[in-house]
Design a protein around this ligand. Structure first.
Ligand SMILES: [Zn+2]
Ligand SMILES: [Zn+2]
Length: 199
């Protein structure tokens, strides 16, 4: 079961993947809010915190969840290293003791096998998480429904890289797209193709 929790302050989506193990993808920008939301859902344990990128609206709550539940915090090394240079202006969240994920790695959490797709462009270490068997893509701020793409005008953003990343994603079979903002949609491939058509 996948639960979507819309988090303050910028309505970033936190996704809770519930099976015998529990993963939270992008806990959002407010620790108290997400901890309460998890409690209200009867969630007493979190086995892993996965981060599509470290922008504050997606990742400020990551440390609190990792500490509360003793869960590992997973992020791409490029993202972490870049964030160390830019955390001071508040754009990037500061995370403690992350574990680094690499492109192509598969993270198994209960019923979900999430393949890490390194998709730089919005940020240097943005990743998407792809569940091949179920056809699910958690796309962070890389791609949104109806052809929208992530901003590339912030520090670390690169338009050409985002283009390449979308080409990479367009090779996947995506039945359902779970973006970092806005509602999830069916037929993810169509939405990704739309985004590519604007380049
Ligand atoms: Zn972002
Ligand atoms: Zn965002």
């Amino acid at each position: 079961m996948i639960l979507r929790i819309i988090t303050p302050p910028l309505s970033a989506n936190a996704y809770v993947l519930r099976s015998e193990k529990i993963a939270v993808i992008d806990p959002g920008g407010d620790a108290d809010f997400i901890l309460n939301a998890l409690k209200n859902q009867g969630i007493k344990n979190v086995n892993a915190v996965l981060l599509t990128h470290l922008h504050y609206d997606h990742a400020v709550a990551a440390n609190a969840i990792a500490e509360t539940f003793g869960a590992p915090l997973l992020v791409h090394r490029d993202e972490y290293e870049f964030s160390r240079k830019f955390w001071y202006n508040g754009l990037y969240a500061s995370v403690s003791n992350p574990q680094f994920v690499v492109d192509g790695e598969v993270i198994k959490i209960g019923d979900y096998k999430l393949k890490v797709m390194h998709t730089p462009g919005h940020t240097p270490g943005s990743v998407c998480f792809y569940e091949a068997r179920k056809g699910l893509l958690f796309s962070g701020d890389t791609v949104f429904p109806n052809g929208s793409i992530g901003r590339t005008d912030l520090p670390g953003g690169t338009y050409a890289q985002l283009h390449n990343s979308l080409k990479k994603l367009s090779g996947l079979t995506v039945k359902r797209l779970y973006p970092g903002h806005g509602a999830p949609v069916e037929n993810g491939n169509w939405h990704i193709r739309m985004a590519l058509s604007f380049f």
